[in-house]
Write a protein that binds this ligand. Structure first.
Ligand code: FAD
Length: 332
């Protein structure tokens, strides 16, 4: 394998409900920096049915080039069809780096592509950099229970691939004056050759709070004592228009669903404001919220670890302080 043949940084442009998902725009922001450092091109790969109009959006968010596979066979995400398109494109243009959002689709596609290419995949990364001269991708992620950051290298193979958690890198501001190239691509693929068929899409009916997209999060921990005590977190969140987050112990106790869990084995969040209430501040929780704009902790133990990771700390009983905050904000 000659590394000289591989050029460019690519981002898989995941589309959901007719729009490019936020993490793909964030990756264009990060990819732009990597591409500039390598003095190479940043490309987006857009796959779907009726997605051509989104190609310009990818350019406005930083891409120089967009490869578009637009056909009915790509209407729903299926590992097999998307993988075939991406593999064909990779073989044709030979990118040096491919980035995917660490969403369920991105993780599935990246691992499927990695099994077919002679290369590896660094999953769930939170930091990206590239060596300017060698093009070696420096993909970092928490390791050993979140106690260290491990930088994982793919020294022998190209392309280098990583999935990147939502909200850990920043999108560039949308710039509609940017120009780039849109290249239409296609592959020979007939519906009867695809093993998976989508029979029906059943949408989840419960209102799901997207903590990874919230500007304000009120997160509660075991300090709330019980499911009834945890209602205080919901009440406060409602009053200030925040999403509800939780520690793993709360999720494991069944007080709230897993998609509210913040941390190493939950979601990484970067809201403008993060309230940590009755949360001890274990490292596995901190790695998931430490990049929040403003962290406010409420804990009755002055020695709680959370006070080492917050901007403002209130030492006191949540059941005394939070009702006071609710009253204040209700009348604000
Ligand atoms: P506790 O540690 O029990 O802390 C409760 C806190 O509430 C204490 O600090 C206490 O002083 C305070 N308190 C009690 N009563 C009150 C009151 N009335 N008012 C105010 N404060 C009060 N954890 C996560 O959160 N996310 C993860 O993704 C995650 N992943 C993990 C992965 C691994 C491999 C491992 C080993 C652990 C992981 N954990 C994770 C668990 C983590 O180590 C902690 O156990 C967990 O975060 C603790 O939850 P907690 O802070 O709610 O509970």
């Amino acid at each position: 394998m000659s590394f000289e043949d591989y050029r460019g940084v690519w981002v898989f442009m995941e589309v959901k409900d007719g729009a490019i998902v936020p993490v793909a725009k964030e990756l264009l922001g990060a990819g732009r920096q990597l591409a500039d450092k390598r003095k190479t091109e940043l490309a987006g790969v857009l796959i779907g049915d009726g997605v051509s109009a989104l190609a310009e959006e990818a350019i406005y968010y930083g891409a120089d080039q967009v490869y578009v596979y637009d056909a009915p066979i790509f209407k729903h995400y299926r590992t097999e069809t998307y993988m075939r398109a991406l593999l064909a494109c990779t073989e044709k243009y030979k990118p040096e780096i491919i980035l995917y959002g660490a969403t369920s689709t991105g993780k599935d596609l990246a691992s499927a592509v990695a099994t077919d290419l002679p290369t590896g995949l660094t999953a769930d990364t939170t930091q990206l950099d590239v060596e300017e001269d060698t093009g070696l991708l420096l993909a970092s992620r928490p390791a050993f229970g979140g106690n260290i950051m491990a930088t994982i290298l793919c020294k022998k193979y190209r392309p280098q691939m990583a999935t990147v958690r939502p909200k850990v890198v920043r999108a560039l501001p949308r710039d509609a004056s940017r120009i780039g190239t849109i290249t239409r691509e296609s592959i020979e693929l007939r519906e009867e050759d695809v093993r998976t068929k989508v029979l029906e899409i059943v949408r989840q009916t419960v209102q799901r709070v997207r903590i990874d997209e919230a500007d304000i999060i009120v997160a509660g921990g075991k300090g709330l004592g019980s499911p009834a005590g945890f209602q205080l977190i919901h009440e406060f969140a409602d009053v200030i228009g925040a999403a509800v987050g939780a520690s793993r112990d709360v999720v494991e106790a069944g007080w709230i669903g897993h998609h509210h869990q913040v941390g190493q084995t939950g979601v990484t969040v970067t809201p403008k404001i993060y309230f940590a209430i009755g949360i001890s501040g274990a490292i596995q929780h901190i790695v998931g919220m430490q990049n929040s704009g403003l962290i406010i902790a409420i804990n009755k133990d002055p020695g709680a670890l959370i006070f080492q990771s917050c901007h403002y700390g209130i030492v006191g009983d949540a059941f005394e302080i939070v009702p006071m905050l609710i009253e204040q904000f209700k009348h604000a």
